[in-house]
Design a protein around this ligand. Structure first.
Ligand code: AMP
Ligand code: MG
Length: 341
């Protein structure tokens, strides 16, 4: 979470300053929640009634909370089969799941093919080892260590989509490889934000851990929302601020979740080819009509060489910006149309 979210919240707060619009009683409101996807969710809109806004925001929040529970791989919830249930039943039995799990996993399978296998949510075994090592390393920095190479390789042998059996008719998912695990962290926030945006009223800005989605301009005169891209080196400034009226803006960065081993930073985006954190970029931002796709693409473009990523963005009708480890910036042709500053 950390600074990216704080930055976006700051931009949202800045847009809240002086929030009574001239000549009208309509006001900009914001609601923030901390119980969805282990991150900060903020919902903003201009409304003439705080009560109406709160009710609308609460509806969006409860939809996101439902997705959070369904896609959780660490916790069980009473009366619900979620992705943890699916993982726990690997090699044992198909699990009857909510249709939204099937819908998400089908999209994930498409993203896997689309990204040339860079984004693979069936890589949960590998991601779990990094998650464990990071959690332990953050708790006890003096003994921080990397996952065992042999364990990474062993886990990487169990990441094949052929073993993810989605039976739409029966409404079940079965992991036929007992060692395969799903982890949808690369797409769940953006995907869920997209579903929420599709149901939300016009003129809302929904940010789930910095996966930002606008459902229309923020007022009747067409004023766009302004979204900041965090500078990975911190400080008050942004890499850019961007205008947004009806698109998703998603950033993947090395500063979002990481730990240090012997003074070197190891972040959370894992290159399936090396099984170690991708090393080309500090931050990649994607702008795209669909927030689920934007989330998958931001992770993929963080991993792939820039020219490959640019070709992929173009194929998907997305715009992107890369910041590499030497401070160089790369942009797709249409990105500048979105830049506010
Ligand atoms: P994002 O911040 O959207 O780039 O997603 C990062 C999260 O996605 C990580 O915390 C992991 O749970 C997961 N992840 C990391 N690398 C990959 C990958 N190559 N394929 C699929 N999921 C990944
Ligand atoms: Mg992503």
């Amino acid at each position: 979470m950390g600074r990216k979210l704080m930055t976006i919240l700051l931009v949202l707060s800045l847009t809240l300053a002086g929030c009574v619009l001239p000549g009208k009683k309509r006001q900009q409101y914001q609601a923030a929640y901390l119980d969805v996807f282990d991150t900060v969710t903020s919902i903003s809109a201009v409304s003439d009634s705080e009560d109406v806004f709160r009710e609308q925001a609460e509806q969006i929040h409860s939809q996101l909370l439902e997705y959070h529970r369904l896609f959780d791989i660490y916790n069980d919830y009473e009366g619900m089969n979620n992705l943890k249930t699916v993982n726990d039943s690997a090699g044992a039995a198909p699990v009857a799941v909510d249709g939204e799990i099937i819908r998400l996993l089908k999209d994930c399978r498409d993203y896997y093919e689309l990204t040339g296998h860079a984004v693979n949510v069936a890589m949960g075994g590998v991601l779990f080892l990094w998650h464990e090592a990071r959690t332990a390393g953050l708790e006890d920095p003096n003994h921080a260590r990397l996952p065992e190479e042999a364990a990474l390789r062993e886990a990487a042998a169990h990441t094949d989509w052929a073993s993810v059996e989605i039976d739409e008719k029966a409404g079940t998912v079965y992991l036929s490889d007992p060692r395969l695990r799903l982890d949808v962290g690369a797409v769940a926030k953006g995907w869920s934000a997209q579903r929420a945006a599709e149901k939300a009223p016009e003129g809302f800005l929904i940010s789930v851990g910095g996966n930002v989605c606008a459902t229309g301009p923020k007022d009747d005169s067409g004023t766009p929302w302004v979204v900041g891209i965090t500078d990975p080196d911190g400080g008050e400034g942004y890499l850019h601020t961007l205008y947004d009226t009806d698109s998703a803006i998603v950033t993947s960065g090395d500063y979002q979740r990481y730990y240090e081993v012997d003074g070197k930073r190891f972040h959370h985006i894992i290159d399936p080819k090396t099984l170690y954190p991708a090393e080309r970029f500090r931050s990649v931002t994607v702008i795209c009509g669909d927030s689920g796709l934007a989330d998958a693409l931001s992770t993929a473009l963080f991993i792939l060489p820039q020219p490959e990523g640019e070709a992929l963005a173009k194929k998907c009708g997305a715009e992107a910006m890369w910041l590499d480890t030497e401070g160089n910036r790369f942009y797709t042709d249409g990105f500048e149309d979105w830049i506010c500053q």
